[in-house]
Design a protein. Structure first.
Length: 215
């Protein structure tokens, strides 16, 4: 007669084994949390890097100039008319000067800092430093200067028209009956050191028929 098989006796885990299992579980849980933290930090840093290098940040907002010079003037015209009429400055002069100073919106000062008129810092305004050409004693020299920085194109036009429209030395610009006379008055008031500055502005006004925006 076969003897009945004995059932294997299961040993109950000792308290020591229980503590060991709990310790292992805690370590695994801690490692998982650490991985999640590292992943989260990585994505936060990645997002910050993208944000800092994003050219659409407020400081870099410019007009969407992607076409011809005529297209540039069409986009700038409403702003030039708004503030030009407010301060009695010919919009055609504002347009011509913005194009001349900013290279039709393509200079670094315009693209990155929305300064379309080469307005320099005079007080505690936000400013950036750039090299610029000045004519002194009949000679052209390169000097380092601080220029104002703006949050938008409109802020640049607004500040420029306020500057020219209120300073006594530019009174001739406000009183000028034609944009040509205004351009000459602007240079007479000391806006630029280039002796051909007024003629350059007048040429731009005539070439692109900017007088149409003075109506």
């Amino acid at each position: 007669m076969a003897k009945p098989r004995k059932r294997p006796v299961r040993k109950r885990p000792t308290p020591k084994n229980k503590r060991h299992k709990k310790t292992v579980q805690r370590r695994r849980s801690l490692k998982s949390k650490n991985r999640l933290v590292i992943i989260a930090v990585f994505f936060v840093l990645l997002a910050l890097a993208i944000l800092l290098n994003n050219p659409s940040s407020p400081r870099a907002v410019t007009i969407d100039y992607t076409g011809s010079h005529e297209f540039y003037f069409e986009q700038m015209a409403p702003i030039a008319q708004k503030y030009g009429n407010r301060h009695h400055i010919h919009p055609s002069l504002i347009l011509a000067q913005s194009a001349l100073e900013s290279g039709f919106g393509q200079s670094d000062l315009a693209r990155l800092h929305n300064n379309y008129f080469g307005v320099k810092r005079t007080g505690k305004e936000d400013a950036v430093t750039y090299d610029t050409e000045e004519v002194l004693g009949g000679e052209s020299i390169t000097v380092s200067a601080k220029f104002r920085a703006y949050d938008s194109v409109e802020a640049s036009v607004k500040d420029y028209t306020k500057l020219v429209g209120t300073l006594p030395r530019y009174r001739g610009v406000v009183e000028a009956e034609t944009p040509e006379a205004a351009a000459k008055a602007l240079v007479k008031g000391g806006y630029a050191t280039d002796p051909a500055y007024a003629q350059k502005l007048i040429q731009i006004i005539h070439t692109y028929d900017l007088g149409q925006y003075d109506q």
